[in-house]
Design a protein around this ligand. Structure first.
Ligand SMILES: [Zn+2]
Length: 218
């Protein structure tokens, strides 16, 4: 294990615990991965509760998913992570969770609108909904691929949410933002009034987000 690999493992374990303590996953739900500088993927193992994952439990895969190192089996949902890395050279980390309110929108058949909250527009823009496929299948990864090309966060129908980022820090922040936005949107609906931003207001926020990502056309 190199020094870099050790630091990445500690960072993944930290995110797993934060996801658990924020209520964004329960038990073995969810999975977290990072693309190492050598191109291999460091990912959480199947079966273990995320709050119990230790750095030595993580699994190393090559980019096409072949097991390289680690005593455990990789998460069964790693196919979506591998597709994200294959689709987006700019993606360095993937976080998948089952955040309860955002997943509630996904169960209701909705993504998150991008014309309500400045913070969600600045973080990820629109959060689309990917149609349901059985978790862990390559068919689900196929469904996610076109959405991944255009978005850093998306919901998966009747399942959960996935976020990507150039760093693990950003991918994790985006997951927190998605759930936070879902809670706020739900609250506004309960109050009975959702005031939407104007097109000009949304465009100004989108311009700010895109300007912060040189080289990314979205
Ligand atoms: Zn899942």
């Amino acid at each position: 294990m190199t020094e870099d690999d050790g630091a990445l493992r500690v960072a993944i374990v930290g995110v797993c615990r934060r996801l658990f303590h924020a209520g964004l996953i329960a038990g073995p739900d969810g999975n977290v991965s990072v693309r190492r500088p050598d191109g291999r993927i460091l990912v959480t193992p199947a079966g273990l509760s995320k709050v119990d994952v230790e750095p030595h439990d993580l699994v190393v895969l090559d980019p096409d998913g072949q097991h390289v190192d680690g005593a455990r089996r990789a998460s069964s949902e790693v196919a979506v992570h591998l597709r994200a890395y294959a689709t987006r050279p700019d993606v360095g980390a993937v976080v998948h969770a089952h955040p309860p309110t955002a997943t509630g929108f996904a169960v209701a058949g909705e993504g998150l609108a991008a014309d309500v909250l400045p913070e969600i527009i600045l973080q990820v823009g629109v959060v689309p909904l990917v149609p349901y496929e059985t978790p862990g299948t390559s068919t689900l990864a196929d469904r996610c691929a076109p959405v991944l090309r255009e978005h850093d966060a998306f919901l998966m129908a009747n399942h959960g949410a996935t976020t990507v980022g150039p760093t693990l820090l950003l991918a994790h922040q985006r997951m927190e933002s998605v759930e936070h936005a879902a809670r706020i949107l739900l609250t506004a609906r309960l109050l009975g009034r959702v005031q939407r931003l104007s097109d000009a207001q949304v465009q100004a926020l989108n311009a700010t987000r895109l300007a912060s990502r040189p080289g990314v056309s979205r």
